[in-house]
Write a protein that binds this ligand. Structure first.
Ligand SMILES: Nc1ncnc2c1ncn2[C@@H]1O[C@H](COP(=O)(O)OP(=O)(O)OP(=O)(O)O)[C@@H](O)[C@H]1O
Ligand SMILES: [Mg+2]
Length: 281
């Protein structure tokens, strides 16, 4: 396979054991690493070879992504997973890509490492543990959410009526709900105490839901995986691209309160719950 002058070679193990992971988040990690490699190779040589392989590792599953780009100098290599570390020009990179990857893989109980030889290339190695209880039967039809334990939820929306509506609906289900009317207020609330779920509007003045989410991914990676977006009915192509990229669920306004509750509790339900329901002992 060849994509924009990059030759892609894959060597994927056939019988990898199953594990439990968030597919959207993993896709985001792999995409981030591949886009970095593609940019590095293209910038350095205008071409390159990308090798993607998977295999069984002692601790679980290993995914290796290797490029023959310019490599990374040792003093940079120490910093690549730091938030905002970038060698790309202003407007080209935020330096958040790898710190988000690191957060996601850590949340999955795995590890991500990079080794590099300047002038030769870079190898990213991602390892994921095998999570028990993964013997999931063929997907059952969309199961109704189980009653969830009371959770602490932060609702962010600049429109007071919508905020309060969401608060009421979630409080009725026994959850503790705080509200914030802007991204800045939300960040303050998030710094003050832990939350189980974040429900955020995308279109808000000053800090957009997208910008808020970028901060949450870095500062509260676990919560980023438990974020539900709401959005006006006219979704711009930019917003659509964002939603596709992050793979988080979203509700289009006007939405039914029942849909909000269902979606929220689906996210809050323990990840292993569906497996337990569909597996016979
Ligand atoms: N495969 C690679 N080859 C060479 N350098 C790399 C590679 N992957 C990452 N880097 C270096 O690591 C830095 C940080 O990467 P990271 O993905 O965190 O941010 P970014 O790519 O600069 O910005 P963003 O991901 O927000 O677009 C990059 O700026 C680059 O210097
Ligand atoms: Mg990047």
């Amino acid at each position: 396979m060849r994509v924009s002058n990059i030759k892609v070679e894959t060597d994927l193990a056939k019988d990898l054991p199953q594990t439990l992971a968030d597919p959207n988040q993993l896709q985001q990690v792999i995409l981030n690493v591949i886009v970095n490699a593609e940019q590095a190779m293209t910038e350095a040589h205008g071409k390159g070879v990308l090798r993607v392989s998977t295999c069984r590792a002692s601790a679980g599953i290993r995914i290796s992504i290797e490029d023959d780009g310019p490599g990374i100098q040792p003093d940079h290599l120490k910093q690549i997973f730091d938030p905002f570390f970038t060698t790309k020009g202003v407007g080209k990179g935020t330096g958040l890509g790898l710190s988000i990857c690191h957060g996601i893989i850590k949340e999955h109980g795995g590890s991500v490492e990079a080794t590099s030889t300047p002038g030769v290339g870079t190898l990213f190695t991602i390892e994921l543990p095998l999570v028990a209880g993964q013997q999931v039967a063929p997907k059952a039809k969309r199961a109704a959410p189980r009653p969830t334990a009371p959770a602490t939820i932060l609702v962010v929306d600049d429109e007071v009526s919508i905020r309060e509506l969401m608060r009421d609906a979630l409080e009725t289900r026994g959850h503790t709900v705080d509200v914030a009317e802007s991204g800045a207020e939300a960040l303050k609330a998030l710094a003050a105490k832990p939350y189980d779920l974040l429900v955020s509007d995308l279109k808000m003045p000053e800090m957009s839901g997208q910008e808020l989410y970028a901060r949450v991914q870095v500062e509260h990676p676990a919560l980023a995986m438990r974020t539900l977006f709401t959005s006006g009915d006219t979704v711009s192509t930019e917003t659509k691209a964002f939603l596709e990229r992050v793979g988080r669920p979203y509700l289009l306004k006007p939405f039914l309160v029942a849909d909000l509750v269902e979606e929220a509790e689906r996210i809050l339900a323990p990840a292993a719950a569906p497996a337990a329901e569909t597996t016979s002992p």
